[in-house]
Structures are given as structure tokens and as C-alpha cells.
Design a protein around this ligand. Structure first.
Ligand code: 4AD
Ligand code: MG
Length: 479
């Protein structure tokens, strides 16, 4: 018999129909004549209940049906007698496909801590929480492509191995085949990368932006959605060493167009999740309430679905960096020295505590900040006439802080060239980028949305290591 997905069965009313399901056992309860098995195949959050008639049922088979085991069930769909589900399956025929020794299987039918599950990332997909996150993640990936496709953007694949540092922060993972113990050296004793695989120094990319810009200056609206890698030693709940980024790039667009696109996109994605992930979001909402029940009322986050709707219903606040600094300088926590980093001078970078204050306490809605000091932003950003600021854009969200970073790009050759020189960026790694400013250059803008930061927001999870299947962070590349 062909397998039917549990998701389809749970919606079906074909009582009496003979069907086959396959999946992994969550629980088993048995008495003398009857056993109840709950089975999950990942097609949805809910399990199907299997009612086993134990008359003439092989006891050895029953013994093998334990939590974690994979089974195949031929049965009949019936209207459920019990509360909580509409249908269940009655059966006398179960085949055990893969056993799971109950003394060794790590996932018991009880709540496990997220820390414990991180150590069991190879099995955590089998929990309700990670099943839900994985499905929502898929739906969001699909929604991102749909958003851009519907608006006439072209997806481009930007390189993963690069010879340039897009953000200029020097936080890159080297890609090399040179012998680490005994590398070839140049005459002046440096590692001779001419002898390396690509004939030069190469790294894993930190961003696909620079190459996306090249495509935008021909196809007008493009986006890249790929893995990016950062060798920064940040052990926080919002940083990964390997994460996915969505980077649209649009020609003939300025910073205001960029902000419009960012707000449209975030609202579209939140709405798409609400419309298409209802069951998983309700589960994740309950999970969050449960997790926070020991917190003080004022420290608890907003109910998940309410929080998602809240983003849809409010226009994002648009302010400049200078305005943000003034608000923060005069804020209560700053005056009472409650911030870890006190705000005293114009020019300092905002920390996540400041970003969250602006969003959660001051405006109580998402905030877009533009026009940052040029010293704290990347070389490619459009320089303002004041000589001090650049047309940068950061979008800040509750609980997350920065979810998007972007800018209008410097399209004037002379200004870009001067900035690259000022920052001592090797020109030979960017000659092609500079050349686009000599041939048909136009104003253009873009941004990067950190996919896992989006996932944190949508799922209400507290740690970024739980919204990507196999997180990479300092001292961890397991699985
Ligand atoms: O602000 P960032 O560094 O901007 C860029 O890389 C630009 N090239 C984007 C562009 O304009 N095309 O990174 C963009 C976003 C951040 O706002 C954040 O959401 C996410 O990427 N991000 C990270 N997410 C997880 N772990 C990290 N270590 C991250 N660093 C940045
Ligand atoms: Mg940034």
C-alpha cells in the first residue's frame, strides 16, 4: 500500500478507508487487549493515534514498538472515540522498520531542555519544537523566493569562495590547500599564496552584496540568498559563524526606496507565516509562555502571535542615528548608568541593549535608523554631504535588535576610490567593483536580512542556535 502522510490523514474524513502510514513512535501505552501508539512523520505537528488490537498480536513485535522506533502501519481510518483528535487508525498489522533501544534512545516522551537537545542535534528534529521550527523555516524560505519572484526580482547565486572582504571587517575563514605546518614562503618570509589553489588568498564570503551589485547594475532588481560566514568570536544568542542572508539589490533606488522594500518584505514574511504556519505558531506560542512562566511579568515577552500581528499593524519608525543618540543620551537607563555601555558621545556604535531600548521601551515598534557615522560602517556606503555620515540603514526589531543591515551604495567613482584608499583596502581585490562606477553607474541600494534573526522573531525562540539545524559557533562544528 502507498504511504499516506499523517497530515493528510488527520484532515481526512474517509472513515473505513484502508491506509498505510509510516513514522516514528512518540509514545506507546498498552493494556491486555489494546495498545495505543502515537506516531509522527514530520508532515505536521500532530501525531496520529494508532489503536492496536492485541488479540493474536505478536508480543515480540509489540515489545519492539518503543519511543523512537520507526514503524509501518496498515490500518483502517476511523472516527476517534477520544477527545483531541478527529480520526485514528485501527490495526492488527505493524511492521517495525527500525528499532530504538529504550535504554539508549536519548529522547524520552518528556520535556528536554534546549541545551540538552543542542547536544543531540542529530535527533532533535524528532521533537515537537524542532519539527515546528524546521517546517516554519521551510515556509519562510519559500516565502522569500515568492516575495521577490512576484515583484520581478531575479535570484542570483553569488560566490561562496571569494578574494575580497565585502564588509571590510577582516572576520573571514581562509580557504586554502596549503600545508598548514609547512607553507611555501615568499622571499620576505610571508606565506606565498600564489602557490595556493586559486593563486591568491581566498576566504569564505561574509556577504554576497558586492557581486549582487554587479548584477543589479544590469538586471535592475536582483537578490541573493546564500550562506555567509563570519569568523568573529561572538558567543551570543544572536550570532552564528555560518548563517544565511537574503540580500536584495536594486538599481535606481535610494535609501527611502530601500526602507520601503525592507518594511514591505518583513511585513510580507510575517503575514505569510501567520497565514501558512498557524498550527506550528500556536504550538511555539504555548512553548514560549511555558518557558517564561517563571519570569516576572514585566520581563516576559509579548505573546508570539500577538507580537507578529503587532509588526503588521504598525508603521516602522524612521529616525536618523543622530536622533537615536539624542534619545538614548537622555534616556533613564543611560542617566542611571543602567546600560552596560553608556551613551555619551556622538559617533559610538549602538549595542543591542540600546537598539532594544529604542524598539521595546521608547517607540514600542520596529525602528529603522539611517545616516550613521561613516567610521562605524562599511566602505561602500553612500557618503552624505555633511562629510560625517553615510546612508546606512539598520532595521531593529523587538527582542532581536538588528535584523537588517543595508545602505544606499556609493555610486560615484571618486568618492568610493578615496574611501577605499583611506581604509587601506587592497585595490586589487576590488578593481571589478570599482569599474562598475566607471561604466553606467547609477544610484542603487540594498540590504541584508539575517535569515536566522528573522527565524528567531517568527518562532519566538531565544537562541539563534535553535533556529538553524546545525549551528556553527566558536568551538563548535559538530554534526
Ligand atoms: O549588517 P550586515 O553585516 O550587512 C551586510 O553584510 C551587508 N553586506 C548586507 C547588504 O547590504 N547586502 O549583516 C546583515 C544582517 C544583519 O542585520 C543580521 O541580521 C545578520 O545579517 N547577521 C548575522 N546573523 C547571524 N549571525 C551573525 N554573526 C550575523 N551577522 C550579521
Ligand atoms: Mg550590520
Amino acid at each position: 500500500m502507498k504511504r499516506t502522510k499523517i497530515n493528510d490523514l488527520l484532515k481526512s474524513e474517509d472513515y473505513g478507508k484502508k491506509v498505510n502510514v509510516k513514522g516514528w513512535v512518540r509514545t506507546k501505552r498498552s493494556s491486555k487487549n489494546i495498545a495505543f501508539i502515537t506516531l509522527n512523520d514530520g508532515s505536521c505537528l500532530n501525531n496520529i493515534q494508532i489503536v492496536v488490537d492485541l488479540n493474536n498480536f505478536d508480543e515480540k513485535v509489540l515489545d519492539k514498538i518503543n519511543t523512537g522506533a520507526a514503524i509501518s502501519v496498515d490500518g483502517e481510518l476511523i472516527e476517534s472515540q477520544g477527545a483531541g483528535q478527529k480520526v485514528e487508525l485501527t490495526t492488527k498489522t505493524i511492521e517495525v522498520l527500525g528499532e530504538a533501544d529504550p535504554d539508549k534512545y536519548p529522547l524520552q516522551p518528556k520535556k528536554h531542555s534546549l541545551e540538552f537537545l543542542r547536544e543531540k542535534a542529530h535527533l532533535r528534529f524528532r521533537t515537537n519544537t524542532f519539527g515546528a521550527i524546521t517546517r516554519v523555516r521551510h515556509v519562510m524560505i519559500f516565502a522569500i523566493h515568492k516575495f521577490f519572484n512576484d515583484r520581478g526580482f531575479y535570484n542570483i547565486h553569488t560566490p561562496i569562495i571569494t578574494g575580497s572582504d565585502a564588509e571590510g571587517a577582516g572576520e573571514m575563514f581562509r580557504v586554502s590547500i596549503l600545508d598548514a605546518k609547512n607553507p611555501p614562503l615568499t622571499e620576505d618570509g610571508k606565506v606565498d599564496f600564489k602557490k595556493d589553489f586559486f593563486g591568491k588568498e581566498t576566504n569564505l564570503t561574509v556577504s554576497g552584496q558586492l557581486e549582487a551589485e554587479l548584477a543589479a547594475l544590469a538586471l535592475t532588481q536582483v537578490y541573493t540568498f546564500g550562506p555567509t560566514f563570519r569568523a568573529e568570536n561572538s558567543n551570543t544568542s544572536r550570532h552564528l559563524s555560518e548563517f544565511w542572508m537574503i540580500e536584495p539589490e536594486v538599481a535606481f533606488a535610494d535609501i527611502n526606496d530601500d526602507m520601503d522594500l525592507a518594511e514591505d518584505m518583513l511585513k510580507y514574511l510575517v503575514k505569510y507565516a501567520l497565514d501558512n504556519c498557524a498550527e506550528d505558531l500556536v504550538f511555539l506560542s504555548k512553548r514560549l509562555i511555558d518557558e517564561e512562566k517563571n519570569k516576572k511579568q514585566e520581563e516576559r515577552s509579548m505573546e508570539l502571535i500577538e507580537k507578529l500581528k503587532f509588526v503588521l499593524e504598525n508603521e516602522f519608525e524612521r529616525i536618523t542615528y543622530t536622533e537615536a543618540i539624542n534619545i538614548l543620551k537622555n534616556s533613564k537607563p543611560n542617566k542611571k548608568k543602567k546600560f552596560q555601555f553608556t551613551i555619551d558621545n556622538w559617533g559610538i556604535d549602538l549595542q543591542s541593549e540600546h537598539e532594544r531600548y529604542l524598539v521595546e521601551k521608547h517607540y514600542k515598534k520596529p525602528v529603522m535608523i539611517t545616516d550613521y557615522p561613516k567610521e562605524i560602517k562599511a566602505f561602500y556606503m553612500k557618503q552624505n554631504d555633511d562629510g560625517k555620515t553615510v546612508r546606512a540603514l539598520d532595521v531593529l526589531f523587538p527582542q532581536i535588535g538588528e535584523i537588517i543591515g543595508g545602505s544606499q551604495r556609493e555610486e560615484e567613482y571618486d568618492k568610493l576610490y578615496k574611501r577605499i584608499k583611506e581604509l587601506n583596502i587592497p585595490e586589487k581585490t576590488l578593481w571589478w567593483y570599482l569599474e562598475t562606477r566607471q561604466f553606467g553607474t547609477v544610484p542603487h541600494s540594498g540590504f541584508g536580512l539575517g535569515f536566522e534573526r528573522l527565524m528567531l522573531f517568527i518562532t519566538g525562540m531565544g537562541n539563534i542556535r535553535d533556529v538553524i539545524p546545525f549551528p556553527r559557533f566558536p568551538q563548535n562544528a559538530e554534526f
